[in-house]
Design a protein around this ligand. Sequence first.
Ligand code: NAP
Length: 267
Amino acid sequence: MALRTNPSSPAHPFRGSAHPPAPLPRKGCAGLDGDTRRARFAGMKMKPELRILLIGASGGIGQALAAAFDGATLFTLSRSGDGLDVTDEASVAGAAARLEGPFDLIFDATGGLEIGGRGPEKALAEIDAGAMAAQFALNAIGPALMLKHFAPLLARDKRAVFATLSARVGSIGDNRIGGWISYRAAKAAQNQIVRTAAIEMRRRNKESIVVALHPGTVATDLSAQYLGRHKSVTPGEAASNLVRVLQGLTPAHSGGFYDYAAKEIPW
Ligand SMILES: NC(=O)c1ccc[n+]([C@@H]2O[C@H](COP(=O)([O-])OP(=O)(O)OC[C@H]3O[C@@H](n4cnc5c(N)ncnc54)[C@H](OP(=O)(O)O)[C@@H]3O)[C@@H](O)[C@H]2O)c1
């Protein structure tokens, strides 16, 4: 586990507003590259009192988030860096036991599309029980185990956020082109777990916020083979967008599924 702190006193705290997140500004962005956008929209330092746990800090989006959480007291965990395997309950429980709360934000940036060399299915005939189970283990059971073992480390007497990266393709209502059955189904299960956890966690802390977030199509290792002609954003832009969404979340958003512009996605 790595701990990064920034002791300098930042001007802008990470905080929720009383209103739903505003849409991202679009005007004046044309021609800016991802890093410049990040500097403009999320280049605000967070307060060092803000304690964040970032799980999956080694991933494409995870690394960019670690940079975007600049100024906060940031704890990071990853499989490659710390041996945390979110599909193994003992590993998750062990990592949680070594941490001390309370955290203001726990962000899960783990997940996978191609697992063990098996990519997403294009047709029913390609379904493989083992590959489907692996999808559920990582993308659905992983977040469930993180909620079980890490969420108790969230603050109980103030605003506290648990966010997990889901994917728009996990939306049942938005599924118009089919395919990717196991990944879609695992992400849909992840969303149901988030919804259910949010209800339980509200009983413990009325200011708790548990959300599933879609980061957009982001140019990372996960998406590299599947981007085709799809437009994508850089990890830096995605992290900038996600930080903006996090900043605007209120307890009224808890149990929801939102995209990178804070727009609610149908289940
Ligand atoms: N990229 C996109 O376009 C896109 C779109 C929609 C949703 N998402 C979602 O965003 C999340 C992050 O995606 P990404 O693009 O950043 O992917 P990525 O670059 O491939 O990163 C995946 C992360 O998951 C971690 N991970 C994988 N298996 C794990 C395990 N068993 N235990 C612990 N950690 C594990 C990896 O850890 P190590 O590297 O340390 O092994 C890495 O930190 C995923 O949930 C994905 O479904 C991504």
